[in-house]
Design a protein around this ligand. Structure first.
Ligand code: GDP
Ligand code: MG
Length: 320
C-alpha cells in the first residue's frame, strides 16, 4: 500500500513539471562530487542547489545513497551526484558505498574531487587520486573550507596542488559553507560542459522522492542528537505519508542493530525519541512547506549491515 503511494507521488512529480526545450548554446551535464568522508561534499551540493537536500554532519560517513542535486542557471543545467565518502571498506555496507562511488565516477561528465583545505592531505586523498587516475573524465581539484584555513595555508595549498599537478587537473578553492568563491567554481564547471538539453525541469532541485529526503532528515537528527552513541547502523523507513487538508501525517521506523541502541534512541521516558521527532518534524515542515505530524517507531534488526538483502529491503540502492 505504501509503495503505491510512493509511485503516485513520483508520477505526479514527472507529469506535473514540463521540460522545455533548451535555449541555443545551452550546456548541461552530470557532475560527480567525490572525496574522503567529511570534506564537505553534501554541504557543497546543498549550497549549489540552494536547498537542503543532502544531510551533513560533523561525523564522517553521513551520506549513503547517490543523491542528485540539480542547478539550473540561464546558461546551463548541472546535475550533481553526491557520492558517499570514499574509504577502504570494512563491511558489507562499506563495499556497497565504494562500489556506488566508483560507478558514479565512471558515468559523469566532470568530477569534482573535494579535499579539506583546513588540514593536510592524507592517505584517504591519495586513495581517491588512485581511483581517479585511470578515468578519462575531466577532474577539478576543489580545495574546500577556505574559511577555516590556518595561517600557513600556502603549505597546505601547495600540498594539494601536488596531487593535481601530475594529472593536469584544474584546481580551485572555496568555502562550501559560506559560499565564498563558489561562482568561480561554477564558471569553471560550465566551461567543462558540452552543449546539451534540460535533463530535468528547470525548477527541480533533486531527483530524489520527497520520502527519501524525509528519512534523511530524521537520520540527520539522530546523528546530531545521539552523536557517537548510536553508530551508523541506523536506517529509516518511511512507512506511511498521509496528506490531509491541514496536516501531513508521517509514520516512520528507525531500524537499529541492538537493544542497547534502541534504549539510547528512546531515552529516559521517551525523551530522546521526542527530541529527535520534534527536530526532524521542523525540518520536514520546511521541506514540504506545510504542517507535519511525525510518529517514530524504533525496531531492532540484528546485523542488517552485513546483509545485502536487508539493505535492499530497507531501500538502499545496490547498483552494479
Ligand atoms: P561530506 O561527508 O563530505 O558530505 O561532508 P559534509 O558536507 O557532511 O560536511 C562535514 C562537516 O564539514 C560539516 O560539519 C560541515 O558543516 C563542515 N563543512 C563543510 N564545508 C565547510 C566549509 O567550507 N567550511 C567549514 N568551516 N566547514 C565546512
Ligand atoms: Mg555527505
Amino acid at each position: 500500500m505504501t509503495d503505491i503511494y510512493l509511485e503516485q507521488n513520483l508520477t505526479e512529480l514527472r507529469e506535473g513539471s514540463m521540460i522545455p526545450p533548451a535555449p541555443p548554446g545551452f550546456k548541461s551535464g552530470f557532475v560527480g562530487i567525490v572525496g574522503r568522508p567529511n570534506v564537505g561534499k553534501s554541504t557543497l551540493m546543498n549550497q549549489l542547489v540552494g536547498q537542503k537536500i543532502a544531510i551533513t554532519s560533523p561525523i564522517a560517513q553521513t551520506t549513503r545513497n547517490r543523491l542528485q542535486g540539480i542547478l539550473t542557471t540561464p546558461e546551463a543545467q548541472l546535475i550533481f551526484v553526491d557520492t558517499p565518502g570514499i574509504h577502504k571498506p570494512h563491511h558489507q555496507l562499506g563495499k556497497v558505498l565504494l562500489q556506488n562511488a566508483q560507478i558514479a565516477i565512471g558515468s559523469v561528465d566532470v568530477v569534482l574531487f573535494l579535499v579539506d583545505g583546513s588540514v593536510p592531505s592524507g592517505g584517504g586523498d591519495r586513495f581517491i587520486v588512485d581511483l581517479l587516475t585511470p578515468i578519462k573524465t575531466p577532474v577539478i581539484l576543489c580545495i574546500n573550507k577556505s574559511d577555516q584555513q590556518p595561517a600557513d595555508y600556502q603549505v597546505l595549498d601547495e600540498n594539494y596542488a601536488q596531487l593535481a599537478a601530475p594529472h593536469n587537473w584544474k584546481s580551485t578553492k572555496f568555502s562550501a559553507l559560506t559560499g565564498q568563491n563558489l561562482e568561480v567554481l561554477l564558471q569553471l564547471l560550465i566551461t567543462q560542459l558540452e552543449p546539451g538539453p534540460y535533463y530535468y525541469p528547470p525548477d527541480l532541485v533533486t531527483d530524489q522522492p520527497e520520502r527519501f529526503i524525509m528519512g534523511e532528515l530524521i537520520r540527520e537528527q539522530i546523528l546530531f542528537l545521539t552523536r557517537e552513541e548510536v553508530p551508523h547502523s541506523v536506517a529509516i523507513t518511511i512507512d506511511l505519508v498521509k496528506e490531509e487538508a491541514k496536516i501531513t501525517r508521517i509514520f516512520a521506523t528507525i531500524h537499529v542493530e541492538r537493544d542497547s541502541q534502541k534504549g539510547i534512541l528512546i531515552g529516559k521516558r521517551g525523551s530522546m525519541l521526542k527530541s529527535i521527532g520534534s527536530a526532524a518534524r521542523e525540518q520536514i515542515q520546511k521541506l514540504i512547506a506545510g504542517k507535519v505530524y511525525l510518529e517514530l517507531f524504533v525496531k531492532v534488526q540484528p546485523k542488517w549491515r552485513q546483509s545485502r538483502l536487508r539493505l535492499a529491503e530497507l531501500g538502499y540502492r545496490i547498483e552494479g
